[in-house]
Design a protein around this ligand. Structure first.
Ligand code: AMP
Length: 404
């Protein structure tokens, strides 16, 4: 593979896969343009170096959310929603191509002049995108001279536009974009050369989603702070009653095995000492702070308690490297967001004191943004699922396809 800095883009048509999978409201207005902004350094670099841009991305899951007639919901998932904002961000005209595999698309792309930009329609409008179809990938590839992949958020998918397409470019003609390179650098740094002590905070709904991560963390983390819904499967494995808390009974033996394994490594797993329990899954529920083994029958744990917040804060302030993946409570409800917010503040404070913090995408990123702490973190990933797989020690297909 080539490094983007070393490629001569002068007069070249550059096919760039970005992750413009931004959230839209019901009117098709972008509610958070972070992913578009994070791709700008790559797009501007290519334009400044004399190239033209053929930009492609997916948006949402159009194949899974078809209309009542079984058709693609073009109105809802079209990338046309993004054209005006992309023009504002780049301060340049953007031509939209609604059928990237038509002869008209080929014609427009082949006559692109330096500095010109086209945006292709949603790659997932083609059923072959998700299956990594060769024919579709070949059609995408035919549009450009060089392929740049800056879509870290979909790097864990072996799709036509993220992986198969790279086959059709020689190694001198394909590269990671700056965002992709940055994400990989930060994820790999955490796994291989993070300054110790390394602390990972794991939250979210289910332990089953995080098993591989916990196992791989035991190779490099000193502390794992557990929170959120997965705590209760661990509690039950220790014989505590968890009331109506979310719990994956089938994973109890695995939770036991993970705790046993940790005991034989240098990794210390912390479980919450106290819990904010509620009498129902509702922001206005009656609540009480209870000790970890005292969740009343018919009540459910929806957040960590104040004692746990203090213990976790102390661990974080004594850490040199911090990884965060998943909220430690039902943070969408203000009554159960305190634990998640307090952790965000503790990580910000630790970072201010010199620790390196990597926020692993998804809900943790929203929680940090809501708390106004985004600027205080060392690196915030744009790809929840992709960062999770990277930190699990897996090879990401979109990465491997460029690296060959
Ligand atoms: P994940 O996608 O696995 O990171 O899970 C995020 C979701 O976990 C959020 O929507 C939270 O509301 C949810 N969550 C966190 N803690 C709990 C809990 N104690 N009970 C139920 N859901 C939780």
């Amino acid at each position: 593979m080539a490094a983007i800095q070393d490629i001569n883009f002068e007069g070249k048509k550059v096919l760039v896969r970005v992750d413009f999978n931004v959230p839209l409201d019901e009117n098709g207005t972008i509610t958070d343009d972070t992913r578009m902004r994070r791709a700008l350094p790559t797009l501007k670099h290519i334009l400044d170096a004399g190239g033209s841009l053929i930009i492609m991305s997916h948006l949402g899951r159009p194949q899974k959310k078809k209309t009542a007639e079984g058709e693609i919901d073009v109105q809802r998932f079209t990338l046309k929603h993004l054209v005006d904002h992309l023009e504002e961000l780049l301060e340049l005209h953007v031509e939209f191509i609604d059928d990237p595999i038509s002869s008209a698309a080929k014609e427009v792309c082949s006559s692109l002049q330096r500095g010109e930009i086209v945006l292709l329609e949603n790659t997932r409008f083609h059923s072959g995108e998700s299956s990594g179809d060769e024919e579709l990938a070949k059609n995408f590839a035919a549009l450009g001279d060089i392929y740049v992949n800056d879509a870290f958020g979909t790097a864990h998918r072996a799709h036509a536009s993220t992986t198969t397409v790279a086959k059709f470019f020689t190694k001198e003609h394909k590269a990671f974009g700056f965002l992709m390179a940055d994400e990989l650098f930060n994820g790999n740094k955490m796994m291989t050369e993070a300054e110790q002590p390394v602390t990972a905070i794991l939250g979210g709904a289910k332990v089953s989603d995080k098993i591989q991560l916990i196992e791989n963390l035991m190779n490099f983390a000193d502390n794992i702070l557990i929170g959120g819904g997965m705590s209760y499967t661990f509690y039950k494995s220790l014989g505590y009653s968890v009331g109506n808390s979310i719990c994956e009974d089938e994973f109890i033996p695995l939770a036991t095995a993970l705790l046993e394994k940790a005991a034989s490594t240098n990794t210390k797993i912390y479980l919450p000492e106290d819990i904010n329990a509620a009498d129902k899954f509702d922001n206005d529920a009656a609540t009480k702070i209870v000790s970890k083994d005292k969740i009343p029958a018919n009540w459910q744990g929806l957040d960590i308690g104040p004692k746990t917040m203090e213990i976790y804060k102390d661990v974080l302030l004594n850490s040199k490297s911090i990884l965060w993946n998943g909220p430690v409570g039902v943070f969408e409800m203000p009554s159960f967001a305190k634990g998640t917010n307090s952790l965000a503040e503790s990580i910000a404070e630790a970072t201010e004191n010199g620790a390196y913090s990597l926020i692993g995408g998804g809900d943790s990123v929203s929680a940090i943004a809501e708390a106004g702490l985004t600027e205080k973190m060392s690196f915030i990933s744009t790809g929840g699922g992709a960062m999770l797989e990277l930190l699990e020690g897996k090879t990401l297909p979109g990465v491997a396809a460029i690296e060959v």
